[in-house]
Design a protein around this ligand. Sequence first.
Ligand SMILES: [Fe+2]
Length: 310
Amino acid sequence: MAPPGSNGECTWRTRAFLSYGKPVLKKRFLTGRLTGKSGSGISASPVSTTVARERTSDEGSETLIVERTENPVWLSNAYLVATGPGGSGVLIDGNDDLGPLLERAERDGIEIGHVLVTHPHPDHVAGLDEARERLGGPPFVAHEATGAALGGEVETIAGGETLRSGELEIEAISTPGHAAGHLAFLVDGSDVFTADVLFKGTVGGTMAPGATGLDDLRDSVMKLMELPAETRVHPGHREPTTIGEEWESNPFVRVWRGLDEVGEEPCSVWGREATLKLWAPDYDGGNKAWVRFADSGEEAIVGGSQVERG
Ligand SMILES: [Fe+2]
């Protein structure tokens, strides 16, 4: 087989703004589709996005900050999630562009208690060892299957378990499919970090190394869909969305809800005859394809660039 390249009690007010850092040259240790639209390997400046919310609770007003950097080549996200200046924080995943997040934490006196890792693919762990060292060595928190691929101290966590990190409460949600042991992290019940399972308008692939298949991915996505519609979704690549938006418009979710039909178009994938069931957008401007292989009957979600149509 050819290798794949590939609650409700609170009132929230949101403000978001963008800032742009300097373009930097990136080392490329991934191949295939993680090359940016330009194909040059250098597509854009890193993007840093901060979303801050004021939460009105019984105890008074709190702030939750979610700051994101996006690697310009891989389009993968790393996040700083914190309660505000002088408060508690965590890092989620590494994309080799953690500098702006660390600088924000240092500038605002945010104590980073843990480094959460959703899954061990290189575009989601790059730079984490250096970041941990700069932070004085807070432990990694990851599923057992992910922890085995990380160095240093790892606190393992399983789906359904909750981590208290300073003032933050973080629930791990088991979301296999794209990778064994893949976790999503729900922070304070309002913001879920879905990595490579759920993106804005699409879902993750199921044939990357360590993937556990389409049935698991579908179950993981539909489990996330049980969160309140207003829950903000912070994916592993590109821009945020909400559970409500994906429930209504994500083409995979619409099929799994029984709203839309799948197709029957013949195609081939890596030279294997297949049926194209769904041709959907992907986060990088390309496409994601849901296919069924003729030889095995196996179904999978693959990058559109792997599919020959017609
Ligand atoms: Fe991944």
